[in-house]
Design a protein around this ligand. Structure first.
Ligand code: MN
Ligand code: MN
Length: 453
């Protein structure tokens, strides 16, 4: 169903299915506010669907459901198919990191009677969007003795929230003359965390009081923050958006929307012909780098481990498994915004409610850095989706030379597998509160299911 509005002529049953599916999606978003938490939620859902850790299996055969977790920040799940893995897999890959602010390694300081924590932003953010919002902290503090404490503040009703200050309009004449890229500078994104001085303390007594709270709550001292990973994210749950409740507003939908829909598509699939895979990676927003990003050899290693447990120890089997695979790089695209139509080419951009969107290429300035998918593969996908009545559209991230973006598509394409970006259109992408349409979320799920079945 190409370029059609999902809601036109929709059955009552399908309408209900769309709304029901999005209840699960909202719960996932509200719980999975960092990549670590997303991995944890994914593991919970996978185990409930019968998936087991790789080390829980002695051998592997068709129908087995197995997953690998990499350093708590990257999870890869496989549903073993009837054909040998070396004949190729159908892979769904999404990223579970989202733009945010990270606490610096030496974050805590006191100034003018307030205690603040210094941050360094992660991914592409419009910095001015992060001021005067309720913010939450999530992460871990790793101690020298090898233990790790979890930090979570700001999500529950009885917990405090944190925030970043901004000038009152009355005194902002100079500030308002600045340009939007710089009038809130990165170094100004410091989070206020306290104002009560510790009794009996003379110097930096407010900071001392915050340290006392950290000691009491987490058994952590100031130096322990050096080996912490604490993310500052918008506080609050995913909500229905619009008077008709047709959309979802939440933090972190790029790309947890495609992560959730890919994951559930896999969990809902019975034993397929070809092995199906869902990989949820970290670090996409900063270039897919690091041990837990898409460029890590972890994915390739897990395929080697699978083959090994199936008695395929020949290196060429691994190479064939990768080269014979097909992949949907499940990532979001920019939706046409009625307030900002000038950045899009209306014939070649994604629209809310028109279903899953295929981006043949992303990139910028002459498709630079793009995967530029094979037309043969696109024809194959059109057939599958038309046969199953899935709503889909094509898009580009903005009109020519308006900007651009990256995904993980080109990374897996290096194995000579067929890859295309396929995901959900998003409004306010990378803002603290992003918006998706429930119909598109559901069609993405149907698309991923059709692809791997
Ligand atoms: Mn993305
Ligand atoms: Mn992004």
């Amino acid at each position: 169903m190409y370029q059609k509005n999902v809601w036109e002529g929709i059955s009552a049953q399908k309408k209900q299915a769309i709304f029901d599916f999005n209840e699960g999606y909202k719960s996932f978003l509200s719980a999975a506010k960092t990549e670590r938490l997303a991995v944890r939620e994914a593991e919970k859902l996978a185990r409930a669907a019968g998936y087991k850790r790789f080390d829980e299996y002695k051998t592997l055969k068709a129908g087995d459901k197995v997953y690998f977790i990499n350093r708590e920040k990257n999870i890869i799940l496989y549903l073993i198919g009837k054909k040998p893995v070396s004949e190729g897999m159908n892979i769904l890959g999404a990223h579970i990191d989202s733009p945010r602010l990270d606490l610096k390694q030496n974050p805590l300081y006191e100034s003018k009677g307030l205690a603040l924590m210094d941050t360094h932003y992660y991914g592409g953010v419009k910095k001015y969007q992060y001021v005067t919002l309720p913010l939450a902290l999530h992460g871990v503090i790793c101690k020298k003795d090898g233990t790790k404490v979890e930090v979570s503040v700001g999500e529950k009703d009885d917990e405090p929230v944190l925030g970043i200050g901004d000038l009152l309009p009355h005194l902002a004449q100079e500030q308002m003359k600045g340009n939007a890229a710089t009038f809130i500078e990165g170094e100004k994104l410091d989070v206020t965390v306290g104002s009560i001085p510790l009794d009996g303390e003379e110097k930096d007594a407010v900071k001392a009081n915050v340290l006392k709270i950290l000691e009491e709550k987490y058994g952590a001292c100031e130096e322990d923050l050096m080996s912490a990973e604490i993310e500052v994210v918008p506080a609050g749950k995913a909500r229905d958006y619009g008077l008709d409740r047709s959309m979802v507003m939440s933090y972190g939908q790029d790309d947890r929307v495609c992560a959730y829909t890919s994951l559930i598509a896999l969990l809902d699939t019975p034993t397929p012909e070809y092995t199906a895979c869902c990989e949820l990676v970290d670090k996409e927003e900063i270039g897919s780098v690091g041990a837990t990003g898409a460029q890590s050899v972890f994915f390739e290693n897990t395929v080697a481990e699978l083959l090994n447990k199936m008695g395929e120890t020949n290196y060429i089997a691994l190479k064939r498994a990768m080269e014979n695979s097909k992949m949907l790089s499940s990532d979001v695209s920019a939706a046409l915004d009625p307030l900002y139509t000038s950045v899009s080419d209306e014939n070649n951009c994604a629209k809310i409610n028109y279903g899953v969107v295929f981006n043949k290429y992303t990139g910028s300035r002459g498709k630079s850095g793009a995967n530029d998918a094979m037309p043969e593969f696109i024809a194959y996908l059109r057939k599958i989706l038309d046969d199953d009545g899935v709503y889909f559209q094509t898009g580009e991230l903005g009109k020519v030379d308006a900007g651009g973006g990256g995904t993980i598509a080109y990374i897996l394409a290096k194995y000579n597998m067929l890859v295309i970006d396929a995901g959900v259109p998003v409004l306010n992408m990378h803002a603290p509160w992003e918006v998706t349409a429930k119909a598109d979320v559901y069609e993405a799920y149907l698309c991923y299911k059709s692809f791997i079945k």
